[in-house]
Design a protein around this ligand. Structure first.
Ligand code: A3D
Length: 321
């Protein structure tokens, strides 16, 4: 039985960490593609030379030639430009749409059976465009955003409560932008509602709400917070980890329930758009969307977020993509 072949399109900050995690976790052979001459080859060589020390057998190669991704089982896309300080995700739209169009045409040609995870921003638009250009089945084209946004939300809750982040269950739905929807009511620590723990901690419902609101706002702005600190580039460790969790769920047919950017066909009352929702990830990619009951306030936030996604996609279409 041959090893899985995992093509990483974009060998920049996230692409490099993806390559390392893929190798360390022995998910398969890595092909790192980038348009910059020699750059992916250099990263791949560096990583391959760590195999003896880290004890992995998977091959790691770098390339500027799309034919090297032939037959890839999985493709993870980070090609594109990251945000610069003060730049919104949507400013990236035109530049990254041109790149994504080119990537999708090549993935379609060389890895037509792959399951694809898109990370490039603006995420909801890029995953939509990849799907459109490639013509791949919707369940095999998935966007990474919710796993990361949820991990950020969980991190802030864990810090606030002084408990292990491993025991936090928290989910963020909607688009990957400022309108994303961290689900407060469903956030819990091994089943105990976070709001209850906050109310006990502060002995004041209003203060507990205030603290939660601050964590929700920080989650929504978390990408920008990192951008501001880094000065050049955007988050890369955590987005790579998030995509690897999705990749493992698919490669090992785990049926994990993860919040991902999935194509909706009537679920959550949305049709024809990619939006962040809980989904079951397994060998077939997205195997099921899990719907859940939203109260009026949550539904209004979700509607607002879906509206932002539809506007972003409309912008992209108006620009000719
Ligand atoms: P960066 O380090 O710049 O890497 C991007 C790579 O893409 C560079 O090495 C480029 O040379 C390469 N590239 C450019 N054009 C092409 C092309 N046509 N074909 C192939 N490769 C090309 O960026 P990064 O790794 O930090 O971020 C990559 C993308 O992920 C950006 O769009 C970010 O905005 C996005 N991002 C998304 C999230 C999400 O959670 C959705 C989080 C963080 C970053």
């Amino acid at each position: 039985m041959r090893r899985n072949k995992i093509a990483l399109i974009g060998g920049g900050q996230i692409g490099g960490v993806l390559a390392q995690l893929t190798a360390l976790r022995q998910l398969g052979d890595v092909v790192l593609f980038d348009i910059v001459q020699d750059f992916p080859q250099g990263k791949a060589l560096d990583l391959a030379e760590a195999a003896k020390i880290d004890g992995f057998d998977g091959r790691v190669t770098g390339t500027n030639d799309y034919s090297d991704i032939t037959g890839a089982d999985m493709v993870i896309i980070t090609a594109g430009l990251p945000r610069k300080p003060g730049m919104s995700r949507d400013d990236l739209l035109v530049t990254n749409a041109k790149i994504m169009q080119n990537v999708a045409e090549n993935v379609k040609q060389y890895a037509p059976d792959a399951i694809v995870i898109v990370i490039s921003n603006p995420l909801d638009a890029m995953v939509t465009l990849f799907r459109k250009v490639s013509g791949f089945p919707h369940h095999k084209v998935i966007g990474q955003a919710g796993v990361l946004d949820s991990s950020r939300f969980a991190t802030f809750i864990a810090w606030e409560l002084g408990v292990s982040v491993k025991d936090i269950n928290a989910m963020v739905l909607g688009g990957h932008g400022d309108t994303m929807v961290p689900l407060v009511r469903y956030a819990n620590v091994n089943g105990i509602p976070v709001m209850e723990l906050l109310e006990r901690k502060y002995k004041d419902a209003a203060k507990a709400k205030e603290v939660m609101t601050a964590m929700v706002e920080r989650t929504k702005m978390a990408g920008g917070e990192v951008v501001k600190l880094l000065k050049t580039g955007s988050a890369f460790y955590s987005p790579a980890s998030a995509a690897i969790q999705m990749a493992e769920a698919i490669l090992f047919d785990e049926k994990r329930v993860l919040p991902v950017c999935a194509y909706l066909n009537g679920e959550f009352n949305v049709s024809g758009y990619y939006v962040g929702v809980p989904a079951v990830l397994g060998a077939n990619g997205i195997e099921k969307i899990l719907e859940l009951t939203l109260d009026a306030e949550e539904q209004a936030l979700m509607d607002n977020s879906v509206k932002a996604v539809t506007e972003l996609v409309a912008d992209m279409e108006r620009l000719g993509f």
